[in-house]
Write a protein that binds this ligand. Structure first.
Ligand code: AMP
Ligand code: MG
Length: 487
């Protein structure tokens, strides 16, 4: 067997940007790391054989104990706005980029999270605990399964190394995979330094948005507008998906916003069970800046911070004109998602009112978001099951009558309607109590609950025999308090 990645084509394109953008370093790694889980699909995408990803060499690489062959390990610098305030320089405080591997989807970077201190660790220890690593790992799988743009996760390795949080926990490293981990904050870092800003712009366009122009030939103002237009579209689509599946990110700081519109940096996120419009999943977020209903406007605000970096390269009215597309981009995806989820063959103007009343109905009854959508496909045959989610209320009955009338306008067959809905209303989402259950079992050395969850999240729209417990909302005794930033 060859060493993992020794046959791969490795690129260090980010490193080629030059040392202003990062610090080369070796991770501290883990003591006697063990493989807790590997995402076989991602491993395969990266060209690894089962023998390779089961090898000690793979574990050592994913723990930060061994470099990627040909890889140049580094921690990147960035800045950002946190909770609405300029936070200055941040950077990869506990992330190490190993290099990029060529795949059928282009070059994919591998980054370790939790492999030790970097020059950007500030007050932190550069570590990630098992709990937060499992949460990131499962969330990456959940979002991938739902078809929501996200960074992916390759593996979790664990160790007995102690990590000091509220209590003493153990260290883990999750390896994650994406074309790039460049964030809005990577640009914000260079906002007043046009030379590096241009360099980063040229790099991102060249590598990830080549249809936006040719750096060096296309005028910079045009590159900025074209790239920003893409980022606006992708970010709007991303958050529209979050809204309709009931995902709360929890820490939508500009340093957690991917320049590719990928969901990234999973911390105290939640898939909402009992729906509340003003649901807040992060206890650190006292004011509810990142509450569910604010997420779309926060993405817009974050995009404005990104746009403002380019004032020296592009006239402000042009930047404003690009940002102005955001609302239409958002609504297009949001309406399309709801059209699919409600089983309509098109979105009509009046459907907005029905949708708004839907969210309020869920809110007023704190109904389970996932099951309320899912059981809508059979509501005409089994109204009782659906109505029970709303305590058989008159308000639910009234909404259902309107929904039924609206559904009669559909041209497609009942079978097509049900198929469409079941493909867009997941049965299994990564509920917090399920993640917690998998975490507690893994802490005891039992990976079966993690494995089971991982399995259903891969195809969350497909019912699977023997997994009904993973489709249920938490019982009152299973409900968990919201998590903090240190999750
Ligand atoms: P977050 O809001 O979790 O994305 O983190 C904000 C910043 O804090 C980033 O620069 C992280 O790299 C850094 N950070 C978070 N946790 C740690 C830690 N345990 N050690 C070092 N840096 C950390
Ligand atoms: Mg972050």
């Amino acid at each position: 067997m060859n060493t993992p990645f020794s046959d791969a084509t490795i690129s260090n394109h980010f490193a080629e940007l030059g040392s202003a953008f990062y610090t080369r370093l070796e991770p501290q790694g883990l003591t006697e790391p063990r493989l807790l889980h590997v995402n076989a699909e991602v491993a395969q995408l990266l060209g690894l054989s089962a023998e390779q990803w089961q090898s000690q060499s793979f574990i050592d690489m994913m723990a930060g104990n061994q470099a990627l062959p040909q890889g140049q390990t580094l921690a990147a610098v960035y800045s950002g706005h946190q909770f609405g305030h300029w936070a200055g320089q941040l950077g990869d405080g506990r992330a190490h980029l190993l290099g990029a591997v060529e795949t059928e989807q282009g070059f994919l970077e591998i980054q370790l999270k939790g492999a030790g201190l970097t020059p950007y660790s500030r007050m932190g220890d550069g570590r990630a605990v098992l709990r937060s690593s499992i949460r990131e790992y499962l969330a990456s799988q959940a979002m991938t399964g739902l078809g929501i743009p996200t960074t992916q996760a390759l593996s979790i390795v664990v160790s007995d190394d102690p990590v000091y949080r509220e209590t003493i926990e153990t260290a883990a490293v999750v390896s994650r995979v994406a074309p790039t981990f460049v964030r809005f904050g990577s640009f914000e870092h260079w906002a007043n330094r046009p030379q590096q800003l241009r360099q980063l712009l040229h790099y991102v366009v060249d590598q990830f948005y080549p249809h936006c122009g040719t750096p060096g030939l296309t005028p910079d103002a045009e590159l900025v507008q074209n790239m920003l237009r893409e980022v606006v579209r992708r970010s709007a689509q991303m958050v529209a998906h979050w809204q309709t599946v009931g995902f709360c990110h929890g820490v939508m700081n500009t340093d957690n916003m991917s320049i590719l519109g990928l969901t990234m940096d999973y911390g105290p996120y939640a898939f909402i069970d009992h729906f509340k419009i003003d649901y807040i999943c992060n206890t650190t977020d006292q004011g509810g800046r990142y509450a569910w209903f604010r997420q779309p406007s926060i993405v817009h605000w974050n995009l404005a911070r990104l746009a403002s970096c380019f004032l020296e390269l592009c006239p402000e009215p042009e930047l404003q004109a690009v940002l102005a597309h955001y609302e239409a981009d958002y609504l297009q995806q949001y309406h399309l998602n709801l059209q699919h989820k409600f089983g309509f063959d098109q979105w009509l103007k009046d459907d907005d009112q029905l949708a708004n009343d839907w969210w309020h109905l869920l809110h007023d009854h704190q109904a389970d978001l996932t099951l309320s959508f899912r059981s809508l496909s059979t509501v005409f045959e089994h109204p009782d099951a659906w109505l029970a989610l709303f305590g058989n209320s008159q308000a639910a009955q009234a909404w259902l009558t309107r929904y039924q009338q609206r559904s009669q306008l559909n041209q497609h067959s009942q079978l097509e309607r049900v198929q469409q809905m079941d493909q867009h209303n997941p049965l299994y989402v990564l509920r917090n109590h399920l993640a917690q259950n998998a975490i507690e079992a893994a802490q005891r050395g039992d990976v079966l609950p993690l494995e089971r969850l991982f399995t259903v999240l891969r195809t969350p729209h497909v019912w699977q025999e023997g997994y009904d417990d993973l489709a249920l909302p938490p019982r009152p005794d299973q409900s968990l308090p919201a998590l903090s930033c240190s999750s």
